[in-house]
Design a protein around this ligand. Structure first.
Ligand SMILES: [Fe+2]
Length: 424
């Protein structure tokens, strides 16, 4: 569908909605009683199979030394995930950015074909780009022991190509970013905010103006959910400068002025984590391509909102499809081992030379389950690890220990983990 078809309607909506400012919307009882549901996932980092020769030694070298993404299995993981979405048949599927591994056009095109099948099953698909989707990083095709540069998407290409996955249903949208507002039913608005401005991770001033005027035009009793790629709240005190929306303060201030805001959904950090603040809560869904390949199922009722993270069942998908790859058929074992291997490399890189006051093997065995719990949002009883952790933090005694301490603090603060959220 061509974007131009929507321009007159959007302009009309803006004119009409400005007249509606501060009014309350009258919500039919039938809508209030109906729940609205969506599945949210993030950071798929999908890589087209056409770009990754499975026999490429260089490809496996890159993947095995990266950040825990199972890129060599991203195609079956994505297929298994989307099959679960179609089976659940929510009202919408929402993807909060980093759709692709470094923004190759070929990866975007293959993913869009899969998303078309979701829409054909009667499920609306809404996306926003992430920092890896618009050509900020160099996409490649891997063959043998070499990587070849391939064509990257940019913001204009993304806007044109992905318009069937959000922009086509927008009641209002920004001119200079993939930011838009949809109204899936009378009492509910979904606002997607693209913070991938050229050269940085910030919401442009033009999009900020659009955001403020859009919010001021909404009925004050409407409910509003927002979606960003980078986070608006601090999830780990060690990671703020390079991960958050740079002008998150401005965005939060604009959202604060709207009483109906409920939750922001984000990704980017690749950890399953829920942060709360006095004005807004934020659910950060971890990367679909990092084990345990989580996505969130969200239900909105008249009573409130509930969110449940769950694992993609790749092994069952592989078995049902008659796939023979042993790693897929025993995916829980393979995935956890792959993650622990990534954690082990992280440990060696950060603390390989550190004297913890305990032997390094024990220190690493202490770190691995903590790291997995932190990334997967699972609860962890710290008691068996506490003595070793205390030793490690005390002996490391430097900037590096602060990262370990931040993980421990989070696990202590959230004994039930970060898999569920409810605002009732
Ligand atoms: Fe990502």
């Amino acid at each position: 569908m061509n974007l131009q078809h929507f321009l007159p309607y959007s302009l009309l909506f803006l004119l009409l909605s400005s007249c509606e400012a501060k009014q309350e919307v009258s919500i039919p009882p039938s809508l209030i009683e109906q729940s609205y549901s969506f599945v949210v996932a993030s950071d798929l980092h999908y890589l087209s199979p056409s770009l990754a020769d499975p026999n490429s030694s260089y490809f496996h070298q890159v993947i095995n030394n990266a950040d825990g993404k199972m890129t060599d299995y991203c195609d079956p993981i994505t297929d298994a995930f989307l099959a679960e979405v179609i089976k659940k048949k929510p009202d919408a599927l929402i993807l909060t950015g980093d759709l692709t591994w470094n923004g190759a056009k070929a990866s975007h095109e293959d993913l869009m074909n899969k998303l078309k099948a979701v829409e054909e099953a009667g499920i609306n698909v809404f996306v926003i780009p992430g920092n890896h989707d618009l050509g900020a990083y160099q996409p490649a095709r891997f063959s043998g022991d070499t990587a070849y540069v391939v064509e990257a998407a940019n913001a204009d290409w993304f806007r044109e190509q992905y318009q069937d996955f959000g922009l086509d249903q927008a009641q209002s949208f920004a001119d200079d970013s993939y930011s838009y507002l949809v109204r899936p039913r009378e009492d509910l608005y979904l606002l997607f905010l693209d913070a991938n401005s050229p050269g940085g991770r910030y919401v442009s001033q033009k999009t900020m103006s659009w955001l403020r005027s859009t919010l001021s035009s909404l009925p004050q009793n409407a409910r509003l959910l927002t979606f960003t790629h980078q986070n608006l709240l601090v999830h780990n005190a060690r990671f703020t400068g390079s991960t958050m929306v740079a002008n998150a303060d401005q965005v939060l201030e604009a959202l604060d002025a709207f009483p109906g805001k409920e939750v922001n959904f984000a990704g980017h950090l690749h950890i399953q984590n829920i942060a709360t603040s006095s004005s807004l809560d934020e659910i950060d869904t971890s990367s679909l391509s990092v084990y345990p390949c989580l996505y969130g199922t969200t239900s909105i009722t008249s009573e409130g909102l509930s969110y449940q993270a769950q694992e993609t069942n790749v092994a069952t998908y592989a078995k049902d499809r008659g796939l023979t790859d042993k790693n897929l058929l025993s995916f829980a074992t393979y995935g956890r081992a792959f993650f622990d291997d990534y954690s082990s490399r992280s440990f060696d890189r950060l603390w390989g030379e550190t004297d913890f006051g305990i032997d390094s093997k024990t220190a690493k065995e202490t770190f691995l389950p903590l790291h997995y719990a932190y990334f997967s949002g699972n609860p962890l009883d710290l008691a068996p690890y506490q003595d070793n952790v205390n030793q490690m933090i005390a002996h490391a005694g430097n900037e590096k220990a602060a990262y370990l301490e931040s993980i421990v603090t989070d696990l202590q603060k959230h004994p039930a983990g970060h898999l569920t959220y409810s605002a009732l």
